[in-house]
Design a protein around this ligand. Structure first.
Ligand code: B12
Ligand code: SF4
Length: 509
């Protein structure tokens, strides 16, 4: 039996602090295999060094797993890049833990394992001839593999055949074993987040308890990383197991849940079965549900009615656009009519939505922007929130990445760990920025990335989170924005001279 410490490094509080479900799940499985596991969640820690020292004093581990969620926030106008912050945490970990092996995992590592290993691994740029900040990386679903990895590492055995291992070989070469990723997800342990972290801190800051009912996404939207993260093969958890997990969390006092499936609504049969079970157990009367991935394909008004009955009050409608031409280019699998139906059905069924749009991808023009803006202004109910992401972050392994390589506007050696964007060559950037600002002024329910840091809006939003307003408190954001005006415009050159490289293209492949 080993003592295993999981360090959850994410400290991002926008749009709200997200609970470290990946680290908790890995810890829960390590416990199931007979190890002793703890999670050090850095989200609300004021001093990372002190928190580590405190934990290591009471729980000296044989192995440390570090969880890294975000690389960046994928937004061209107000980019946040998290790698330096995680590197600072890794330095503190190495300093405090000495020679204890450190394994890095989490969503970020599945997207850029080789670049992260070249930076933080043995002989990596950040280790400056000292010990590596990270001994190896484990990519992909890790809860079942990690305990095996831990056992072998601690016995000094070879681990290179384990699925997801990315490491430096004795001859100095980088190797990444991608065989056997995307395991079945039945029999998962209950992440039991309430055992590992202070849920009440999250609840106060509008945090929502994550629940996963399936993994994988069969759609292949051009810009999306989920193929690298979860794979294309859909794997479903047994409905009873998922709802048992919810029931235990409700008994522990949790009242707000979010289905964090890549797409909760597809295929609808699984979503429907979950709703029926929530209804059968009366959980909709004790808790409120939302779903972060909601794609209109296959959605009917009936499904939304059932979700409402099961306790869903909101969804995130990740539609990205309302122009059929752009939806086709993005390979979303639905068109503008489906988006319009979704808006109507959500309104009819009294389900609120945060709508996520992605503007500026290759092929976007003034006309397609106006089509999407017209939809937002006319069809989205004013009590729904609209969030616009600008430009497309190019991630390795996506269809967009392949298309840019094929057209020659991207070199295979381009560093994609650091933010790198593509913007439509057919959309004038000056025009778009001023149009976006004008549009957001006219529509208080339209929020942009560059407003998040606006001091008045941020201060009011934080104040609201401490007051006993009913959730979701984002419903108050349009009013806050009106009080918090004048609207802070993005830097005038935010799109024409951004701090990160941008390639102009009209190709999605
Ligand atoms: C749901 C979701 C959200 C929800 C979260 C809701 C909630 N209540 O938790 C919302 C919408 C709020 C959100 C917001 C953001 N998100 Co998000 N989100 C997701 C999503 C779809 C699922 C995350 C999840 O919970 N998965 C379930 C858990 C169990 O999986 P996991 O954490 O990955 O853990 C597994 C492995 O990673 C691994 N693992 C995890 N930790 C460790 C540790 C060790 C040691 C090991 C070995 C393994 C390991 O094992 C775990 C079990 O198999 C992922 C995409 C995806 N398909 O994964 C994006 C994703 C994580 N998000 C991402 C981003 C960028 C963001 C935002 C920055 C977006 C923005 N523009 O603002 C914000 C940041 C929020 C914050 N405070 O950090 C990126 C992160 C990578 C990147 N590109 O930088 C992802 C991967 C999507 C993407 N675009 O690529 N997100
Ligand atoms: S954007 Fe959504 S639907 Fe499209 S591939 Fe990604 S997860 Fe699947």
């Amino acid at each position: 039996m080993a003592r295993i410490l999981l360090v959850a490094t994410n400290r991002e509080r926008t749009p709200f602090p997200v609970m470290p479900v990946g680290a908790a799940l890995v810890a829960a499985h390590a416990e199931r295999e007979g190890h002793e596991a703890r999670v050090l969640d850095l989200m609300f820690e004021e001093d990372v060094g002190k928190a580590l020292a405190r934990t290591l004093r009471t729980f000296p581990p044989d192995l440390i797993g570090v969880s890294m969620r975000n690389i960046d926030n994928s937004d061209l106008i107000e980019t946040k890049y998290y790698v330096p912050e995680v590197e600072a945490v890794l330095r503190e970990v190495r300093q405090a833990a000495g020679a204890v092996p450190v394994v890095l995992g989490g969503a970020a590592t599945s997207i850029e394992p080789e670049a992260l290993l070249a930076l933080w691994g043995p002989g990596g740029r950040a280790s400056q001839n000292g010990p590596p900040l990270v001994d190896l990386i484990l990519t992909g679903d890790s809860e079942k593999v990690f305990p095996r990895l831990a056992e072998r590492l601690l016995l000094g055995q070879d681990v290179s055949d384990l699925p997801g291992v990315c490491r430096r070989e004795p001859d100095g070469a980088l190797s990444w074993n991608r065989v056997g990723l995307s395991e079945p997800v039945d029999g998962l342990a209950d992440a039991g987040l309430f055992r590992f972290t202070d849920i009440s801190r999250y609840e106060r800051a509008e945090g929502v308890y994550p629940i996963q009912s399936r993994r994988g996404c069969a759609f292949t939207c051009t810009y999306c990383t989920y193929g690298s993260l979860e794979g294309l093969r859909m794997r479903f958890r047994a409905v009873g197991e998922v709802v048992d997990e919810i029931e235990r969390a409700v008994d522990a006092g949790v009242a707000h849940f979010e289905f964090v499936d890549a797409v909760f609504s597809h295929p609808p049969a699984h979503a429907r079965a979950i709703c029926l079970e929530l209804i059968a157990r009366g959980l909709g009367e004790k808790a409120v549900f939302t779903a972060s991935g909601f794609n209109p394909v296959g959605v009917t008004e009936d499904l939304l009615a059932l979700m409402r009955k099961a306790g869903f009050r909101t969804v995130s409608a990740t539609v990205e656009g309302a122009s059929t031409a752009m939806l086709q280019r993005l390979r979303k699998g639905f068109d503008a009519r489906d988006v319009e139906n979704l808006a109507r059905w959500l309104r009819n069924q009294g389900v609120l939505a945060i709508w996520i749009f992605l503007i500026g991808s290759p092929g976007e023009t003034r006309e397609t922007v106006e089509e999407t803006f017209e939809f937002i202004a006319k069809k989205i109910p004013k009590n729904h929130l609209v969030y616009i992401t600008n430009g497309v972050r190019v991630y390795r392994g996506t269809g967009l990445h392949r298309a840019l390589l094929a057209e020659g506007s991207l070199s295979p050696s381009q560093n994609l760990l650091e933010p790198f964007f593509v913007f439509s060559s057919t959309l004038p950037r000056d025009w778009y920025l001023s149009r976006l600002i004008e549009f957001s002024r006219e529509n208080p329910n339209v929020v942009n990335s560059f407003e998040a840091g606006q001091s008045v809006v941020e201060t009011l939003s934080r104040a609201v989170s401490w007051l006993p307003f009913p959730r979701p408190r984002w419903r108050l954001l349009p009013a806050i924005r009106r009080i918090g005006s004048p609207f802070r415009a993005a830097r005038k050159d935010a799109l024409t001279a951004p701090p990160w490289p941008v390639v102009l293209s009209s190709s999605h492949g």
